[in-house]
Write a protein that binds this ligand. Structure first.
Ligand code: R5P
Length: 294
């Protein structure tokens, strides 16, 4: 078996390879002056099972194209079964039509991905339970909740979903922690601008440590809005666990200056040093991925 890395999360690829007692294999990714990429496999792969690690986090378009080219280069070089480890699947929030006239971007991406001849995909905490149905090839859908559960203290705490869409996730987390109580924030999102507002709360958080669990943090506004409401409703402290650190725009400043005590994320997406902040802790998913590759 050989493990290859695209350019979006080499540290994770190295950790996974290490857990499999392998080194990341040679791949040349050249970016031309016009931004186009040329991908070339250096190591011999004839008949070998190959794993490509490439979360399609921002810049999603560029990372997807790179992934398609890597799979194509492996196929043309005679690789056997190809597994794409896409811990964060870009465009997953565009999985259906929200307003008339919209594209279903995720469906386009999934169809293109499948046309490359990849055999298996490993991913994490998809935004909606319906997404796996879009795939006609094997999809291994893993979750970081078991890793989060190990860090969550039950005493005087309550789990919180920052929006109604996260109810399934918060119920799963609650079950993992022996039916821990949970609350749900009612969040409004403007479909045109993307702006969010936490309008109400179902559940009693008074005097408790509120533990928000979400699939991803992009701008950080969902977390800030939810934590403000939780504190207004009497929560003593707020902690956050989110699988994917998308961290767009000024998420770093937004989260560091927020009333949240600590933000736990995973390394499904690489957090470069310039996006790091004091309240942040990163938990690795490498072991979970390696176990599903072996
Ligand atoms: C939305 O439904 C998701 O589960 C996340 O809550 C959302 O995508 C986070 O985005 P942001 O950090 O920009 O508010």
């Amino acid at each position: 078996m050989k493990v290859f890395s695209g350019s979006s999360n080499r540290p994770l690829a190295e950790k996974i390879a290490d857990k499999l007692n392998l080194k990341v294999s040679g791949l040349e990714i050249h970016v031309f002056a016009d931004g186009e990429k040329r991908v070339r496999v250096i190591d011999r792969v004839v008949g070998e099972d190959c794993v490509v690690v490439q979360p399609t986090s921002p810049p999603a378009d560029s990372n997807y194209m790179e992934l398609f080219f890597i799979i194509d280069a492996l196929k043309r070089s005679g690789a056997g079964k190809i597994t794409a480890v896409i811990p964060y699947l870009g465009y997953q929030r565009q999985d259906h039509i929200f307003r008339d006239g919209e594209a279903v971007s995720l469906e386009v991406v999934v169809e293109t991905l499948q046309s490359t001849g990849v055999s298996k995909i490993i991913t994490f905490d998809l935004h909606s339970i319906k997404i796996p149905e879009l795939f006609k090839i094997q999809l291994v859908h893993l979750s970081a909740l078991s890793l989060f559960a190990k860090k969550i203290e039950k005493d005087d705490s309550i789990l919180v979903s920052p929006d109604m869409g996260g109810i399934r996730r918060i119920k799963e987390a609650s079950a993992l922690k022996g039916n821990m109580p949970f609350a749900v924030v009612d969040k409004d999102r403007d479909l045109a601008t993307g702006e969010v507002e936490a309008v109400d709360l179902e559940g009693n958080v008074k005097g408790k440590t509120a533990i928000i669990i979400d699939d991803m943090i992009s701008t950080g506004n969902t977390i800030v809005e939810a934590s403000k409401l939780l504190l207004e409703r009497g929560a003593a402290k707020v902690f956050v666990f989110a699988t994917h650190p998308v961290f767009s725009e000024s998420a770093k400043t937004t989260l560091q200056n927020s009333p949240v005590e600590k933000v736990f994320v995973t390394d499904t997406i690489n957090v470069p040093p310039e996006k790091f902040f004091k309240k942040l802790e990163v938990i690795s998913v490498a072991d979970l991925i390696a176990k599903n590759i072996r």
